[in-house]
Design a protein around this ligand. Sequence first.
Ligand SMILES: [Zn+2]
Length: 242
Amino acid sequence: MTAQLDDTEYDGVPAVFRTDDTEHLLRRKGREMAVRVRELHDARDGGTILLFGAVADGCLVRIHSRCLYGDVLRSDDCDCGPELDHAMDMIQAEGAGVLVYLEQEGRGSGLVAKARGLAHSERTGRDTFTSYGDLGYPADCRSYEPAAAALADLGLTSVRLLTNNPEKVPALHRAGIDVTPIPLITAPRSARARAYLEAKRDRRGHWTPEFQVPPVQEPEPPRPYPAPADPGALCASAADSR
Ligand SMILES: [Zn+2]
């Protein structure tokens, strides 16, 4: 049986292109919540908006820049993964909130720029912002104006913003949104993550505390998957049994 696409038009827009019918249930950490998905179109600073539960004035909002290493690979070298996780825990605990996930890898310069910056930092010992400058990249070329405009389009006039980055606040103010910042404190999980947090605080004014405690103990490296002692022998025994 072949699924039939709904070719009905609504206000001239074919049903297949509608985005106001995306609500579904998302299960995370053993609990379900309703989520609606919207695209945020912008050539430089676009992404995706996820609306959890009943979004209203004063709700929790996380504006998160994509970090493949932290968000997906769970790298210990930055705080992106734990920040996103913590923000989602808080939204889930309240039962409502907004995640604006922006395609702004490498502070807007892309993953290759980030990788080059990391390599340069490893060679020189310089922080990530200095490395970007050495390589000719802007320290941070992200804009939060499209995200702020999208939040205003949702009808929001006040939010509790989950962030350590003060640069996000003026963009929301300019869109007519009152902001109560809520810092996301996450303990660094490696010496490099701690250095990155300190650089963001010292160079970009992020609201991160001095971490007096040592970073979380580095875990044992994963063991390599054991290879068969003699793969050829396995083939031979399989052939013998035929
Ligand atoms: Zn990151």
